[in-house]
Design a protein around this ligand. Structure first.
Ligand code: S3P
Length: 169
């Protein structure tokens, strides 16, 4: 079976669900953000501060290019990785792209107390979430498989991903 790439907005559960999918399939879990932090020996927030978002996107693309050569991997990507077509092309070389979706309310609940997401460190995070979701909608829709996570446990989402990838991937 192909690699499983998990995309979707911040707070849709990519990392948590990714762990479960990897466990169930006996696949490696390769989290793009963690790989970036390991490679640069810096936290994502520090990279944003030092290099800005464009600098971060460049590093993200370099790491994705390298990771996309792996086999038997579940690869949760950062929520903005979909914005660059080259990332999608690299992911697709060996993988099926699954996008997790959730409502703005759920996303706010899941990201609310978390200071590790520089893009949401604003006065009105709900407004920002809605704006970014609208802007990114056409990019998320490029995924091969779309999964609505609303009202589902991470385990249910993980099982649904495996089922859909087996039948459609
Ligand atoms: C980002 C999402 C983050 C991280 C960075 C930028 C985005 O990852 O890559 O803060 O642009 O949506 P998560 O989606 O894992 O939070």
């Amino acid at each position: 079976m192909k690699n499983i790439v998990l995309t979707g907005f911040m707070g849709t559960g990519k990392t948590e669900v990714g762990k479960l999918v990897a466990q169930k399939l006996g696949y490696k879990l390769i989290d793009v953000d963690s790989e970036i932090e390991k490679e640069k020996k810096m936290k994502i927030t520090e990279i944003f501060k030092e290099c800005g978002e464009p600098g971060f996107r460049k590093i993200e693309s370099d790491v994705i290019r390298r990771l996309s050569d792996m086999d038997n991997a579940v690869i949760p990507a950062g929520g903005g990785a979909v914005l660059r077509q080259e990332n999608m092309d690299n992911f697709r070389r060996k993988g099926v792209i699954v996008c997790l979706a959730a409502s703005p309310e759920t996303i706010l609940k899941r990201t609310g107390n978390d200071s590790t997401r520089p893009l949401l460190q604003v006065d009105d995070p709900m407004k920002k979430i809605k704006e970014l979701l609208e802007l990114r909608k056409p990019y998320y829709e490029k995924a091969d498989i779309m999964i609505d996570t609303e009202g589902k446990t991470p385990l249910q989402v993980a099982e649904e991903i495996i089922e859909r990838v087996k039948s459609e991937g």
